[in-house]
Design a protein around this ligand. Sequence first.
Ligand code: ADP
Ligand code: MG
Length: 577
Amino acid sequence: MNSSANGASEEKIGRPSESELTFAELDLPAHLVQAVSALGFTSPSPIQARAIPVLLSGRDLIGVAQTGTGKTAAFGLPLLANINPNDRATQALVLAPTRELALQVAGALETFASEMPNVRVTALYGGAPYMPQEKALSRGSQVVVGTPGRVIDHLKRGNLRLEDLCYLVLDEADEMLRMGFAEDVDEILSFSPSQKQVALFSATMPPAIQRVAAEHMTDPESIAVARQSTTVESVTQEYAVVPFRHKIGALSRVLATSDTDAAIVFVRTRAAAEEVGAALVERGIVAATISGDVAQKDRERIVARLRDGSLDVLVATDVAARGLDVERIGLVVNFDVPGEPEAYVHRIGRTGRAGRTGRALTFLTPHERGKLRAIERTTRQKLVEVEIPSPADVSRMKTRNLLRSIPARIEKGRLGMYRELVSDLLADGADPTELAAALCAIAVGDNGPQPRDAEEEFTGASLRGDDRGGRGNVLPSSKGFTTYKVSVGHSHGAKPPAIVGAITGEAGLHGKDIGKIDIFGNFSLVEIQGELSPAAIEKISKARIGGRMLRIAKDTGPKPRTEPKKDFSRRRKNDRY
Ligand code: ADP
Ligand code: MG
């Protein structure tokens, strides 16, 4: 929210358009209306418009809405409207799954309460010393926001008392349950009076949540806002088919050609996050990694850097990036397809924040195409297939930027020495265009065609795996494995199980002897433990898939020239998170 929004939004609130509901019309106290308008909130979001009246009326509420739909104000404003600022007792408790989210909610509530000088908001979370939190509680805090584990600790130590609790919020309830906090939530509730208002917010409604609701809530009103929140609508959703081994190269080129301020790259596991982050740094892209394991302090520092612009690329796991709200993020890359379509919605919700537009690009390996349908069904939106930029695209972009910087450099002066050297060359009959072109190529790191040019490997065609011509070369196989080529591919209906079956059946191998399988248009690449004997090669070669002989042979592709320097794909365990 930039500061210049203040004046403009107050003006808007003063003259609301006919169709737009205002916060004042929701019967919120004037000081809260004032506080949100100062934040630039001109009109309530759909979940706010529907939840606020219900909560103000005192009823329990179940709110289902995606991340980024404005849930914090939806429960936060009525919560603040209902507490008694002159009573120091803890009257409202908000439970959130992670420290980051607890801090985010506490920060938002504090801002909403900017006109309520006697109201204190305290955040309680693990991974931090108890003392400051204990102190804050002892001074009296009407509103407490915390993660379940730490809240229980303070309850047990007698630092936190919930006798006067009248308002409980379970934020991101599905995530809390997924993280195993169900029992903690039950225990916390046992410390509180039975007469209280409960609000539960969640992006999804698994049965476990319905159980929590049935147990702890009284005749709750249910509100669900459309799955396609404005956030998701403001995100362009794309996918590209990228064989696993090309993912890092593809990612670095996507990032190199993206014009967004900042990007998040999602991976499934902590190990993958570290690996991808390291590979990007190796390629000269400034990237940081957060996973559930990163110390909270480091995590906050990283998020702050992302926010202030000193960091542009964050590699993260799903849990680590939950609720992350950074406006600069214009691009989300799903390096791995999310495990469940719901996670996809959460991931892409990290971009397109605060009315900006965003772009989400999902990498699918050739045999993950099927997962596309599940995502599209969940988001009710079609994903558009795009081509990954080629190395030539990256060079073109770098050159354009370079050329654009020329006038400014000329302006600065001190070019005499260069002018002289260049004049000598020109006097010797050099062609100026040729000369400038070569300088550009050198400046952007393009060393020209090599005996075996890796460029080809990364053309869109090879990334889509739909023709042989585009496949330039082969990367080293996983450790202990040899890459073989078989003459069946997509066009013959080859699927990994059939290939594994044919090879193991004919050569007496086990499934574990087979490594990565990449299926292309007319052929496939299969990693096999050790080397096949000539007899095994002969036998497998005669096996058939879709009526076509496998004709297995060792794959002999040209070696790559520049990328990947340190082969990412070689680390086989990461092929199967
Ligand atoms: P959720 O909890 O649903 O993920 P948040 O409460 O974190 O969503 O809000 C997401 C973003 O939208 C925040 O940056 C918040 O400041 C902004 N926001 C919330 N409500 C409004 C509104 N009515 N008008 C403009 N921006 C809003
Ligand atoms: Mg939230």
